[in-house]
Design a protein. Structure first.
Length: 250
């Protein structure tokens, strides 16, 4: 669903930029986002939360366990991990935002990157050695299979964002297409993403197996990204080739 929403936004955004204009599009997008979050928070989440609380209170009966007084319970909270996690995320986002918009050589950007490194090391130490019930348990963080999954997901999502962003620029700056025309060449990604997301979910639900389809999905992503790269001027310049490669990014 991430890929589907991402591609739909890129495709629709090009059309709106050519019709109502990108300035009005930004305004409408902001208004829609605020209205959407307000509606979701108060008209959807609140009633569902109330129903869930009532249902759990009536149906769930857990055996009572004596876990000590309030002070004992308070000691179980990973305050150190929470503190350094917040600082780590803050410094990272601040550095990325300032570096991309102002300068990577800016002293505040460099200071934020240094702060990110220090806080990340401190967070890792707290989680591994000090916290009795850490946010990130050692059995999860140092698990080789999980680490591999983290990296695969990270680079897969990064690849999807990169393709959509740069393809829109390529179609307009290199091939001279309008924003609407560029968005039309990205529409094919909507159908492939939707097919891949729904089809993969249905297959896993019916068979109970996910390893093979996961490997095939990321292999398709790799091959599709390679096709897009080769047909965007490296070997040949072809919009059709780019569209075919983009359709393989399931």
């Amino acid at each position: 669903m991430f890929a589907t929403g991402n591609t739909v936004g890129a495709s629709l955004g090009g059309y709106l930029a050519d019709t109502i204009g990108w300035r009005w599009f930004v305004v409408l997008r902001s208004v829609y986002a605020n209205a959407y979050h307000l509606c979701r928070a108060f008209l959807i989440q609140v009633p569902i939360t109330i129903v869930a609380i009532i249902a759990v209170s009536l149906a769930l009966h857990l055996p009572k366990k004596e876990s000590g007084d309030f002070a004992t319970k308070l000691k179980r909270v990973d305050f150190g991990g929470a503190f350094f996690l917040v600082l780590t995320v803050f410094f990272l986002l601040f550095a990325l935002d300032r570096g991309g918009n102002i300068s990577w050589n800016d002293r505040y950007t460099i200071s934020a990157l240094v702060g990110f490194g220090i806080c990340f090391i401190a967070f890792s130490f707290v989680e591994m050695e000090l916290a009795s019930e850490p946010f990130a348990p050692k059995r999860i963080i140092i698990n080789r299979s999980l680490i591999a999954s983290y990296f695969v997901n990270f680079f897969g999502i990064a690849s999807g964002f990169t393709l959509i962003f740069h393809l829109a620029l390529y179609f307009q700056a290199v091939q001279g297409k309008t924003a609407t025309e560029a968005s039309l060449w990205l529409v094919i990604g909507v159908f492939s993403s939707l097919t891949g997301s729904l089809g993969g979910g249905l297959i896993m639900q019916s068979t109970g197996k996910f390893y093979v389809i996961t490997v095939l999905g990321y292999a398709s992503l790799f091959v599709g990204s390679t096709v897009v790269t080769l047909t965007s001027g490296v070997v040949v310049a072809s919009s059709v080739g780019i569209a075919i490669g983009k359709s393989m990014n399931l």
